[in-house]
Design a protein around this ligand. Structure first.
Ligand code: BYC
Length: 483
Protein backbone atom coordinates (compact mmCIF):
# COMPACT_ATOMS: atom_id res chain seq x y z
CA UNK A 1 0.00 0.00 0.00
CA UNK A 2 2.85 2.37 -0.65
CA UNK A 3 1.20 4.79 -3.04
CA UNK A 4 1.85 8.45 -3.26
CA UNK A 5 -1.66 9.84 -3.27
CA UNK A 6 -0.52 13.07 -4.92
CA UNK A 7 0.73 11.32 -8.03
CA UNK A 8 -1.33 9.26 -10.36
CA UNK A 9 -0.37 5.73 -11.38
CA UNK A 10 -0.42 5.53 -15.18
CA UNK A 11 0.86 1.95 -15.37
CA UNK A 12 -2.61 0.39 -15.29
CA UNK A 13 -5.08 0.83 -18.15
CA UNK A 14 -7.03 3.15 -15.88
CA UNK A 15 -4.84 5.90 -14.37
CA UNK A 16 -5.56 6.24 -10.68
CA UNK A 17 -4.36 7.28 -7.27
CA UNK A 18 -6.40 4.65 -5.42
CA UNK A 19 -3.95 1.79 -5.83
CA UNK A 20 -6.06 -0.10 -8.34
CA UNK A 21 -3.08 -2.31 -9.21
CA UNK A 22 -3.58 -4.03 -5.87
CA UNK A 23 -7.36 -3.88 -5.87
CA UNK A 24 -7.78 -6.63 -8.47
CA UNK A 25 -11.53 -7.06 -8.17
CA UNK A 26 -12.35 -3.41 -8.70
CA UNK A 27 -9.74 -3.10 -11.45
CA UNK A 28 -11.39 -6.04 -13.20
CA UNK A 29 -14.85 -4.51 -12.85
CA UNK A 30 -13.62 -1.18 -14.23
CA UNK A 31 -11.76 -2.85 -17.09
CA UNK A 32 -14.94 -4.76 -17.84
CA UNK A 33 -16.87 -1.49 -17.97
CA UNK A 34 -14.25 0.28 -20.12
CA UNK A 35 -15.25 -1.11 -23.58
CA UNK A 36 -18.88 -0.09 -23.00
CA UNK A 37 -17.68 3.38 -22.06
CA UNK A 38 -15.59 3.62 -25.24
CA UNK A 39 -18.60 2.50 -27.31
CA UNK A 40 -20.71 5.12 -25.58
CA UNK A 41 -18.05 7.80 -26.23
CA UNK A 42 -17.93 6.75 -29.88
CA UNK A 43 -21.74 6.86 -30.25
CA UNK A 44 -22.64 9.78 -28.00
CA UNK A 45 -19.42 11.78 -27.49
CA UNK A 46 -18.42 14.77 -29.64
CA UNK A 47 -19.52 14.24 -33.23
CA UNK A 48 -16.56 14.38 -35.61
CA UNK A 49 -13.08 15.48 -34.48
CA UNK A 50 -12.39 12.13 -32.80
CA UNK A 51 -9.22 11.84 -34.89
CA UNK A 52 -8.20 15.47 -34.38
CA UNK A 53 -5.42 16.41 -32.01
CA UNK A 54 -6.82 18.59 -29.24
CA UNK A 55 -4.71 20.64 -26.84
CA UNK A 56 -6.12 19.21 -23.61
CA UNK A 57 -5.16 19.21 -19.99
CA UNK A 58 -4.92 15.86 -18.24
CA UNK A 59 -4.71 15.49 -14.48
CA UNK A 60 -1.43 13.88 -13.42
CA UNK A 61 -1.64 14.70 -9.72
CA UNK A 62 -4.15 15.89 -7.17
CA UNK A 63 -1.77 18.42 -5.68
CA UNK A 64 -3.59 21.77 -5.79
CA UNK A 65 -0.28 23.50 -6.57
CA UNK A 66 0.02 21.77 -9.93
CA UNK A 67 -2.15 18.94 -11.08
CA UNK A 68 -2.54 19.10 -14.84
CA UNK A 69 -0.39 18.92 -17.92
CA UNK A 70 -1.32 20.22 -21.36
CA UNK A 71 -0.64 18.38 -24.59
CA UNK A 72 -2.14 17.37 -27.91
CA UNK A 73 -4.37 14.32 -27.46
CA UNK A 74 -6.90 12.51 -29.62
CA UNK A 75 -10.04 12.44 -27.52
CA UNK A 76 -10.56 8.66 -27.52
CA UNK A 77 -6.98 8.39 -26.21
CA UNK A 78 -7.60 10.76 -23.29
CA UNK A 79 -6.57 9.02 -20.07
CA UNK A 80 -9.80 8.94 -18.07
CA UNK A 81 -8.69 8.18 -14.54
CA UNK A 82 -9.86 7.71 -10.97
CA UNK A 83 -8.58 10.57 -8.87
CA UNK A 84 -9.46 11.27 -5.26
CA UNK A 85 -8.29 14.27 -3.26
CA UNK A 86 -5.83 13.29 -0.50
CA UNK A 87 -7.32 11.74 2.63
CA UNK A 88 -7.65 14.24 5.48
CA UNK A 89 -6.21 12.73 8.62
CA UNK A 90 -8.77 12.06 11.36
CA UNK A 91 -11.61 13.52 9.35
CA UNK A 92 -14.94 13.44 11.18
CA UNK A 93 -18.53 13.49 9.93
CA UNK A 94 -19.19 17.23 9.83
CA UNK A 95 -23.01 17.24 10.29
CA UNK A 96 -26.09 15.17 11.01
CA UNK A 97 -26.91 12.56 13.64
CA UNK A 98 -23.38 11.15 13.63
CA UNK A 99 -21.79 14.60 13.86
CA UNK A 100 -18.21 14.39 15.16
CA UNK A 101 -17.76 10.64 14.72
CA UNK A 102 -14.97 9.37 12.43
CA UNK A 103 -15.84 9.62 8.73
CA UNK A 104 -16.84 6.32 7.12
CA UNK A 105 -14.33 4.58 4.89
CA UNK A 106 -16.95 1.95 3.98
CA UNK A 107 -20.63 2.40 3.18
CA UNK A 108 -22.71 2.48 6.36
CA UNK A 109 -25.30 -0.28 5.84
CA UNK A 110 -28.29 1.73 7.04
CA UNK A 111 -27.61 4.53 4.53
CA UNK A 112 -26.62 2.36 1.59
CA UNK A 113 -29.72 2.89 -0.57
CA UNK A 114 -29.74 6.66 -0.12
CA UNK A 115 -26.06 6.96 -0.83
CA UNK A 116 -26.30 4.85 -3.95
CA UNK A 117 -29.21 6.93 -5.23
CA UNK A 118 -27.31 10.20 -4.82
CA UNK A 119 -24.20 8.80 -6.50
CA UNK A 120 -26.29 7.49 -9.39
CA UNK A 121 -28.05 10.85 -9.86
CA UNK A 122 -24.74 12.68 -9.79
CA UNK A 123 -23.22 10.14 -12.19
CA UNK A 124 -26.17 10.38 -14.58
CA UNK A 125 -25.70 14.11 -15.19
CA UNK A 126 -22.09 13.74 -16.37
CA UNK A 127 -22.56 11.69 -19.57
CA UNK A 128 -25.87 13.50 -20.13
CA UNK A 129 -24.08 16.82 -20.63
CA UNK A 130 -21.66 15.23 -23.13
CA UNK A 131 -24.63 13.88 -25.07
CA UNK A 132 -26.34 17.28 -25.04
CA UNK A 133 -23.24 19.00 -26.41
CA UNK A 134 -22.18 16.44 -28.98
CA UNK A 135 -23.14 18.43 -32.07
CA UNK A 136 -21.47 21.69 -31.07
CA UNK A 137 -17.94 20.97 -32.37
CA UNK A 138 -19.17 21.43 -35.92
CA UNK A 139 -20.24 25.04 -35.31
CA UNK A 140 -17.48 26.19 -32.96
CA UNK A 141 -16.83 29.94 -33.27
CA UNK A 142 -13.05 29.35 -33.02
CA UNK A 143 -10.48 26.66 -32.34
CA UNK A 144 -10.06 28.11 -28.85
CA UNK A 145 -13.76 27.55 -28.10
CA UNK A 146 -13.74 24.14 -29.75
CA UNK A 147 -10.89 23.08 -27.49
CA UNK A 148 -12.74 24.34 -24.40
CA UNK A 149 -15.84 22.38 -25.40
CA UNK A 150 -13.83 19.18 -25.77
CA UNK A 151 -12.01 19.82 -22.49
CA UNK A 152 -15.34 20.10 -20.71
CA UNK A 153 -16.56 16.95 -22.47
CA UNK A 154 -13.61 14.73 -21.58
CA UNK A 155 -13.71 15.91 -17.98
CA UNK A 156 -17.43 15.22 -17.69
CA UNK A 157 -16.51 11.77 -18.98
CA UNK A 158 -13.96 11.51 -16.19
CA UNK A 159 -16.58 12.54 -13.65
CA UNK A 160 -18.69 9.64 -14.84
CA UNK A 161 -15.69 7.38 -14.17
CA UNK A 162 -15.43 8.91 -10.70
CA UNK A 163 -18.99 7.89 -9.81
CA UNK A 164 -18.66 4.49 -11.48
CA UNK A 165 -15.58 3.76 -9.38
CA UNK A 166 -17.60 4.42 -6.20
CA UNK A 167 -20.45 2.22 -7.43
CA UNK A 168 -18.17 -0.64 -8.40
CA UNK A 169 -15.91 -0.50 -5.38
CA UNK A 170 -18.50 0.02 -2.67
CA UNK A 171 -21.83 -1.31 -3.93
CA UNK A 172 -21.13 -4.80 -5.24
CA UNK A 173 -23.44 -6.30 -7.82
CA UNK A 174 -26.14 -3.61 -7.77
CA UNK A 175 -23.40 -0.99 -8.08
CA UNK A 176 -22.17 -2.72 -11.23
CA UNK A 177 -25.71 -2.80 -12.61
CA UNK A 178 -26.14 0.90 -11.92
CA UNK A 179 -22.79 1.55 -13.66
CA UNK A 180 -24.06 -0.26 -16.75
CA UNK A 181 -27.33 1.69 -16.67
CA UNK A 182 -25.39 4.95 -16.67
CA UNK A 183 -24.23 4.03 -20.18
CA UNK A 184 -27.70 2.93 -21.26
CA UNK A 185 -29.80 6.03 -20.55
CA UNK A 186 -29.66 8.81 -23.14
CA UNK A 187 -30.34 12.52 -22.90
CA UNK A 188 -33.76 13.32 -24.33
CA UNK A 189 -34.61 9.68 -25.10
CA UNK A 190 -38.36 8.99 -24.89
CA UNK A 191 -37.96 5.51 -23.36
CA UNK A 192 -34.78 5.85 -21.37
CA UNK A 193 -34.12 9.51 -20.55
CA UNK A 194 -31.52 10.95 -18.18
CA UNK A 195 -32.76 11.33 -14.60
CA UNK A 196 -33.02 15.11 -14.12
CA UNK A 197 -35.03 17.51 -16.27
CA UNK A 198 -32.36 19.95 -17.46
CA UNK A 199 -30.24 17.08 -18.76
CA UNK A 200 -32.88 16.09 -21.26
CA UNK A 201 -33.06 19.53 -22.86
CA UNK A 202 -31.24 20.30 -26.10
CA UNK A 203 -28.08 22.42 -26.20
CA UNK A 204 -28.66 23.59 -29.76
CA UNK A 205 -26.15 26.41 -30.09
CA UNK A 206 -23.10 27.98 -28.49
CA UNK A 207 -24.99 30.60 -26.53
CA UNK A 208 -26.85 27.71 -24.88
CA UNK A 209 -23.53 26.00 -24.24
CA UNK A 210 -22.15 29.05 -22.45
CA UNK A 211 -25.37 29.47 -20.47
CA UNK A 212 -25.29 25.77 -19.58
CA UNK A 213 -21.70 25.91 -18.39
CA UNK A 214 -22.44 29.07 -16.43
CA UNK A 215 -25.76 28.08 -14.82
CA UNK A 216 -26.05 24.30 -14.94
CA UNK A 217 -22.42 23.50 -14.20
CA UNK A 218 -22.79 25.86 -11.26
CA UNK A 219 -25.59 23.66 -9.93
CA UNK A 220 -22.99 20.91 -10.30
CA UNK A 221 -20.61 22.99 -8.22
CA UNK A 222 -23.16 23.45 -5.43
CA UNK A 223 -24.18 19.80 -5.41
CA UNK A 224 -20.57 18.62 -5.48
CA UNK A 225 -19.74 20.97 -2.61
CA UNK A 226 -22.59 19.45 -0.58
CA UNK A 227 -21.46 15.92 -1.41
CA UNK A 228 -17.84 16.88 -0.66
CA UNK A 229 -19.02 17.39 2.94
CA UNK A 230 -20.26 13.79 3.05
CA UNK A 231 -19.41 11.58 6.00
CA UNK A 232 -18.73 8.85 3.42
CA UNK A 233 -15.12 9.78 2.89
CA UNK A 234 -14.49 8.29 -0.58
CA UNK A 235 -17.40 10.35 -1.93
CA UNK A 236 -16.10 13.46 -0.23
CA UNK A 237 -12.61 13.01 -1.65
CA UNK A 238 -13.91 12.27 -5.14
CA UNK A 239 -16.08 15.36 -5.20
CA UNK A 240 -13.31 17.56 -3.88
CA UNK A 241 -11.12 16.72 -6.84
CA UNK A 242 -13.99 17.04 -9.32
CA UNK A 243 -14.51 20.60 -8.11
CA UNK A 244 -10.98 21.48 -9.21
CA UNK A 245 -11.87 20.56 -12.78
CA UNK A 246 -15.36 22.02 -12.58
CA UNK A 247 -13.98 25.52 -12.00
CA UNK A 248 -12.73 25.66 -15.59
CA UNK A 249 -16.17 24.72 -16.91
CA UNK A 250 -17.75 27.69 -15.22
CA UNK A 251 -14.91 29.88 -16.44
CA UNK A 252 -15.81 28.79 -19.98
CA UNK A 253 -19.42 29.85 -19.35
CA UNK A 254 -18.68 33.12 -17.64
CA UNK A 255 -16.06 34.32 -20.11
CA UNK A 256 -18.05 32.93 -23.03
CA UNK A 257 -21.05 35.09 -22.19
CA UNK A 258 -18.80 38.06 -21.40
CA UNK A 259 -17.31 37.76 -24.89
CA UNK A 260 -20.72 37.50 -26.56
CA UNK A 261 -21.94 40.59 -24.69
CA UNK A 262 -18.68 42.42 -25.48
CA UNK A 263 -18.97 41.72 -29.20
CA UNK A 264 -22.61 42.86 -29.26
CA UNK A 265 -21.75 46.09 -27.46
CA UNK A 266 -18.74 46.74 -29.71
CA UNK A 267 -20.84 46.18 -32.84
CA UNK A 268 -23.64 48.45 -31.57
CA UNK A 269 -21.10 51.17 -30.78
CA UNK A 270 -19.42 50.91 -34.17
CA UNK A 271 -22.81 51.13 -35.92
CA UNK A 272 -23.95 54.05 -33.76
CA UNK A 273 -26.89 52.13 -32.32
CA UNK A 274 -28.07 53.66 -29.05
CA UNK A 275 -31.10 51.48 -28.31
CA UNK A 276 -30.01 47.91 -27.50
CA UNK A 277 -33.63 46.75 -27.71
CA UNK A 278 -33.82 47.62 -31.41
CA UNK A 279 -33.51 43.93 -32.18
CA UNK A 280 -33.74 44.02 -35.97
CA UNK A 281 -31.00 46.64 -36.27
CA UNK A 282 -28.69 44.79 -33.87
CA UNK A 283 -29.24 41.43 -35.51
CA UNK A 284 -28.44 42.91 -38.90
CA UNK A 285 -24.90 43.41 -37.57
CA UNK A 286 -24.44 39.65 -37.19
CA UNK A 287 -24.39 39.74 -33.39
CA UNK A 288 -26.83 38.52 -30.74
CA UNK A 289 -29.01 41.29 -29.30
CA UNK A 290 -29.07 41.70 -25.51
CA UNK A 291 -32.81 40.92 -25.12
CA UNK A 292 -32.25 37.52 -26.75
CA UNK A 293 -29.30 36.88 -24.43
CA UNK A 294 -31.64 37.70 -21.55
CA UNK A 295 -34.19 35.16 -22.82
CA UNK A 296 -31.57 32.42 -23.01
CA UNK A 297 -30.48 33.37 -19.52
CA UNK A 298 -34.08 33.10 -18.27
CA UNK A 299 -34.35 29.63 -19.77
CA UNK A 300 -31.12 28.18 -18.44
CA UNK A 301 -31.39 29.73 -15.02
CA UNK A 302 -34.92 28.44 -14.47
CA UNK A 303 -34.04 24.96 -15.75
CA UNK A 304 -31.08 24.93 -13.39
CA UNK A 305 -33.20 25.98 -10.38
CA UNK A 306 -35.25 22.84 -10.97
CA UNK A 307 -32.13 20.76 -10.31
CA UNK A 308 -32.28 21.64 -6.62
CA UNK A 309 -35.46 19.58 -6.09
CA UNK A 310 -38.43 20.76 -4.02
CA UNK A 311 -37.92 23.65 -1.64
CA UNK A 312 -39.23 21.52 1.20
CA UNK A 313 -37.85 18.00 0.96
CA UNK A 314 -37.75 15.09 3.37
CA UNK A 315 -35.19 13.42 1.06
CA UNK A 316 -32.84 16.32 1.70
CA UNK A 317 -33.54 16.21 5.45
CA UNK A 318 -32.87 12.46 5.57
CA UNK A 319 -29.62 12.79 3.63
CA UNK A 320 -28.45 15.50 6.03
CA UNK A 321 -29.45 13.60 9.18
CA UNK A 322 -27.68 10.55 7.81
CA UNK A 323 -24.44 12.52 7.34
CA UNK A 324 -24.49 11.84 3.59
CA UNK A 325 -25.09 15.25 2.00
CA UNK A 326 -24.28 18.48 3.81
CA UNK A 327 -24.69 22.18 3.20
CA UNK A 328 -22.56 24.48 1.06
CA UNK A 329 -19.45 25.27 3.12
CA UNK A 330 -20.81 23.17 6.01
CA UNK A 331 -17.64 23.24 8.06
CA UNK A 332 -17.50 27.04 8.07
CA UNK A 333 -21.12 27.47 9.24
CA UNK A 334 -21.40 28.43 12.89
CA UNK A 335 -24.26 26.32 14.29
CA UNK A 336 -24.97 22.87 15.76
CA UNK A 337 -24.62 21.14 12.33
CA UNK A 338 -27.69 19.12 13.24
CA UNK A 339 -30.36 21.75 12.67
CA UNK A 340 -32.34 20.57 15.67
CA UNK A 341 -34.30 23.72 16.37
CA UNK A 342 -33.59 26.16 13.55
CA UNK A 343 -35.85 27.38 10.81
CA UNK A 344 -35.21 28.75 7.33
CA UNK A 345 -37.41 31.10 5.28
CA UNK A 346 -38.91 29.38 2.24
CA UNK A 347 -40.73 31.06 -0.61
CA UNK A 348 -44.11 29.36 -0.95
CA UNK A 349 -47.45 29.65 -2.62
CA UNK A 350 -50.03 30.32 0.10
CA UNK A 351 -53.65 30.81 -0.99
CA UNK A 352 -52.53 31.89 -4.41
CA UNK A 353 -49.97 34.38 -3.10
CA UNK A 354 -46.21 34.22 -2.88
CA UNK A 355 -45.09 34.37 0.75
CA UNK A 356 -41.98 33.70 2.80
CA UNK A 357 -42.75 30.99 5.36
CA UNK A 358 -40.41 29.75 8.09
CA UNK A 359 -39.88 26.01 7.71
CA UNK A 360 -37.75 23.64 9.80
CA UNK A 361 -34.23 24.23 8.47
CA UNK A 362 -33.78 20.49 8.04
CA UNK A 363 -36.46 20.13 5.42
CA UNK A 364 -35.52 23.46 3.78
CA UNK A 365 -32.02 22.38 2.77
CA UNK A 366 -32.71 22.36 -0.96
CA UNK A 367 -34.02 25.92 -0.69
CA UNK A 368 -30.96 27.00 1.25
CA UNK A 369 -28.59 25.50 -1.31
CA UNK A 370 -30.58 27.11 -4.09
CA UNK A 371 -30.28 30.49 -2.36
CA UNK A 372 -26.52 29.99 -2.10
CA UNK A 373 -26.54 29.15 -5.79
CA UNK A 374 -28.43 32.31 -6.75
CA UNK A 375 -25.92 34.43 -4.88
CA UNK A 376 -23.10 32.70 -6.71
CA UNK A 377 -24.83 33.26 -10.08
CA UNK A 378 -25.27 36.96 -9.49
CA UNK A 379 -21.52 37.54 -9.04
CA UNK A 380 -20.58 36.71 -12.61
CA UNK A 381 -23.52 38.63 -13.96
CA UNK A 382 -22.11 41.82 -12.50
CA UNK A 383 -19.22 41.39 -14.93
CA UNK A 384 -21.53 41.12 -17.93
CA UNK A 385 -23.39 44.22 -16.84
CA UNK A 386 -20.11 46.06 -16.38
CA UNK A 387 -19.30 45.39 -20.04
CA UNK A 388 -22.68 46.82 -21.05
CA UNK A 389 -22.46 49.93 -18.86
CA UNK A 390 -18.82 50.60 -19.79
CA UNK A 391 -19.91 50.61 -23.43
CA UNK A 392 -22.48 53.24 -22.46
CA UNK A 393 -25.68 51.27 -22.91
CA UNK A 394 -28.63 51.48 -20.60
CA UNK A 395 -29.46 47.80 -20.26
CA UNK A 396 -29.04 45.26 -17.47
CA UNK A 397 -29.10 41.50 -17.56
CA UNK A 398 -30.79 39.98 -14.53
CA UNK A 399 -31.78 36.57 -13.21
CA UNK A 400 -35.54 36.07 -13.30
CA UNK A 401 -37.62 35.48 -10.18
CA UNK A 402 -37.46 31.93 -8.79
CA UNK A 403 -41.20 31.69 -9.50
CA UNK A 404 -40.64 32.04 -13.24
CA UNK A 405 -40.89 28.96 -15.52
CA UNK A 406 -40.56 26.21 -12.95
CA UNK A 407 -41.24 22.52 -13.42
CA UNK A 408 -40.21 21.28 -9.96
CA UNK A 409 -41.26 22.42 -6.50
CA UNK A 410 -43.70 24.99 -5.08
CA UNK A 411 -44.30 26.90 -8.29
CA UNK A 412 -44.56 24.14 -10.85
CA UNK A 413 -48.31 24.58 -11.30
CA UNK A 414 -48.41 28.35 -11.75
CA UNK A 415 -47.19 30.79 -14.36
CA UNK A 416 -45.30 33.98 -13.60
CA UNK A 417 -43.46 36.79 -15.31
CA UNK A 418 -39.68 37.09 -14.88
CA UNK A 419 -40.48 39.73 -12.24
CA UNK A 420 -42.38 37.12 -10.25
CA UNK A 421 -45.89 38.36 -10.96
CA UNK A 422 -48.39 35.48 -11.11
CA UNK A 423 -50.31 35.33 -14.40
CA UNK A 424 -52.98 33.06 -15.85
CA UNK A 425 -52.49 30.39 -18.52
CA UNK A 426 -53.80 32.55 -21.33
CA UNK A 427 -51.43 35.43 -20.53
CA UNK A 428 -48.54 33.00 -20.27
CA UNK A 429 -49.36 31.45 -23.65
CA UNK A 430 -49.62 34.88 -25.23
CA UNK A 431 -46.49 36.38 -23.71
CA UNK A 432 -44.04 33.55 -23.07
CA UNK A 433 -42.08 34.32 -26.23
CA UNK A 434 -41.21 37.68 -24.71
CA UNK A 435 -39.38 35.90 -21.92
CA UNK A 436 -38.12 32.62 -23.34
CA UNK A 437 -36.34 32.02 -26.66
CA UNK A 438 -38.89 31.57 -29.46
CA UNK A 439 -38.43 29.40 -32.52
CA UNK A 440 -37.57 32.55 -34.42
CA UNK A 441 -34.90 33.51 -31.87
CA UNK A 442 -33.50 29.98 -32.13
CA UNK A 443 -33.44 30.23 -35.93
CA UNK A 444 -31.62 33.55 -35.79
CA UNK A 445 -28.98 32.22 -33.41
CA UNK A 446 -28.66 29.06 -35.52
CA UNK A 447 -28.04 31.25 -38.58
CA UNK A 448 -24.95 32.69 -36.85
CA UNK A 449 -23.51 29.31 -35.94
CA UNK A 450 -20.97 29.06 -38.75
CA UNK A 451 -17.75 27.29 -37.89
CA UNK A 452 -14.52 29.27 -37.79
CA UNK A 453 -11.46 27.03 -37.91
CA UNK A 454 -8.61 29.42 -38.82
CA UNK A 455 -6.28 29.74 -35.82
CA UNK A 456 -6.77 33.09 -34.08
CA UNK A 457 -10.05 33.91 -35.86
CA UNK A 458 -13.48 34.23 -34.28
CA UNK A 459 -17.08 34.18 -35.48
CA UNK A 460 -18.86 37.51 -35.99
CA UNK A 461 -20.88 37.23 -32.78
CA UNK A 462 -18.15 36.68 -30.19
CA UNK A 463 -15.00 38.57 -29.26
CA UNK A 464 -11.57 37.02 -28.73
CA UNK A 465 -10.62 35.93 -25.20
CA UNK A 466 -8.29 38.13 -23.19
CA UNK A 467 -5.78 35.34 -22.61
CA UNK A 468 -5.14 31.96 -24.17
CA UNK A 469 -5.37 28.57 -22.50
CA UNK A 470 -2.05 27.66 -20.86
CA UNK A 471 -0.87 31.17 -21.83
CA UNK A 472 -0.77 30.29 -25.50
CA UNK A 473 -0.68 33.13 -28.05
CA UNK A 474 -3.82 34.32 -29.83
CA UNK A 475 -3.19 32.38 -33.03
CA UNK A 476 -2.39 29.08 -31.32
CA UNK A 477 -3.82 26.03 -33.09
CA UNK A 478 -5.81 24.54 -30.20
CA UNK A 479 -7.27 21.81 -32.38
CA UNK A 480 -5.38 20.24 -35.27
CA UNK A 481 -8.47 19.16 -37.15
CA UNK A 482 -6.72 17.25 -39.93
CA UNK A 483 -4.32 14.95 -38.19
N1 BYC B 1 -35.87 16.30 -12.30
O1 BYC B 1 -37.36 15.67 -2.33
P1 BYC B 1 -37.23 16.14 -3.73
C1 BYC B 1 -23.87 18.37 -12.38
C2 BYC B 1 -37.42 13.98 -7.97
S1 BYC B 1 -25.40 18.89 -11.86
C3 BYC B 1 -36.50 15.12 -12.13
O2 BYC B 1 -37.89 17.35 -4.14
P2 BYC B 1 -34.47 15.80 -3.45
C4 BYC B 1 -23.46 18.69 -13.75
C5 BYC B 1 -36.55 13.32 -6.91
O3 BYC B 1 -35.57 12.46 -7.50
C6 BYC B 1 -25.59 18.24 -10.19
N2 BYC B 1 -36.85 14.64 -10.93
O4 BYC B 1 -35.76 16.26 -4.19
C7 BYC B 1 -23.77 19.91 -14.31
C8 BYC B 1 -37.55 12.63 -6.06
O5 BYC B 1 -37.90 11.39 -6.66
P3 BYC B 1 -38.17 10.10 -5.74
C9 BYC B 1 -26.09 16.83 -10.12
C10 BYC B 1 -36.56 15.36 -9.83
O6 BYC B 1 -34.35 14.34 -3.55
C11 BYC B 1 -23.41 20.18 -15.63
C12 BYC B 1 -38.78 13.53 -6.13
O7 BYC B 1 -38.60 14.34 -7.29
N3 BYC B 1 -26.01 16.29 -8.80
O8 BYC B 1 -23.17 17.77 -11.63
O9 BYC B 1 -34.34 16.46 -2.15
C13 BYC B 1 -22.70 19.24 -16.36
C14 BYC B 1 -38.90 14.41 -4.92
O10 BYC B 1 -37.63 14.97 -4.69
C15 BYC B 1 -35.90 16.59 -9.92
C16 BYC B 1 -27.02 16.24 -7.93
O11 BYC B 1 -28.10 16.64 -8.23
C17 BYC B 1 -35.56 17.06 -11.22
N4 BYC B 1 -34.94 18.24 -11.40
O12 BYC B 1 -33.40 16.56 -4.38
C18 BYC B 1 -22.39 18.01 -15.78
C19 BYC B 1 -26.70 15.68 -6.56
N5 BYC B 1 -35.76 17.08 -8.67
O13 BYC B 1 -36.90 9.82 -5.01
C20 BYC B 1 -22.74 17.75 -14.48
C21 BYC B 1 -27.39 14.43 -6.21
C22 BYC B 1 -36.29 16.20 -7.84
O14 BYC B 1 -39.30 10.49 -4.86
N6 BYC B 1 -28.85 14.58 -6.15
N7 BYC B 1 -36.76 15.15 -8.53
O15 BYC B 1 -38.48 9.04 -6.77
C23 BYC B 1 -29.53 15.18 -5.15
O16 BYC B 1 -28.96 15.70 -4.24
C24 BYC B 1 -31.03 15.19 -5.17
O17 BYC B 1 -31.46 14.02 -5.73
C25 BYC B 1 -31.67 16.36 -5.93
C26 BYC B 1 -33.19 16.29 -5.68
C27 BYC B 1 -31.09 17.66 -5.48
C28 BYC B 1 -31.47 16.20 -7.43
Amino acid sequence: MNVNIMNVDYSTKIPNNVNLAEDRQVLKALEGWHPGYMDWWGDMGPEGFQESLVYLRTAYSVDPRGWAKFDYVRMPEYRWGILLAPEEENRVIPFGEDYGKPAWQEVPGEHRAMLRRLIVIQGDTEPASVEQQRHLGKTAPSLYDMRNLFQVNVEEGRHLWAMVYLLQKYFGRDGREEADDLLRRRSGDADSPRMLGAFNEATPDWLSFFMFTYFTDRDGKMQLHSLAQSGFDPLSRTCRFMLTEEAHHMFVGETGITRVVQRTCDAMQEAGITDPTDIAKVRALGVIDLPTIQKKLNLHYSLSLDLFGSEVSTNAANAFNAGIKGRYKETTIDDDHQLKNSTYPVMKLVDGQIKMVDEPALTALNMRLRDDYTQDCVKGMLRWNKVISTAGFNYKLAVPSTVFHRQIGEFKDVHATPDGLLIDNATWAKRKNEWLPSTEDGDFIASLMKPVTEPGEFASWISAPKVGIDNKPGDFEYVRIES
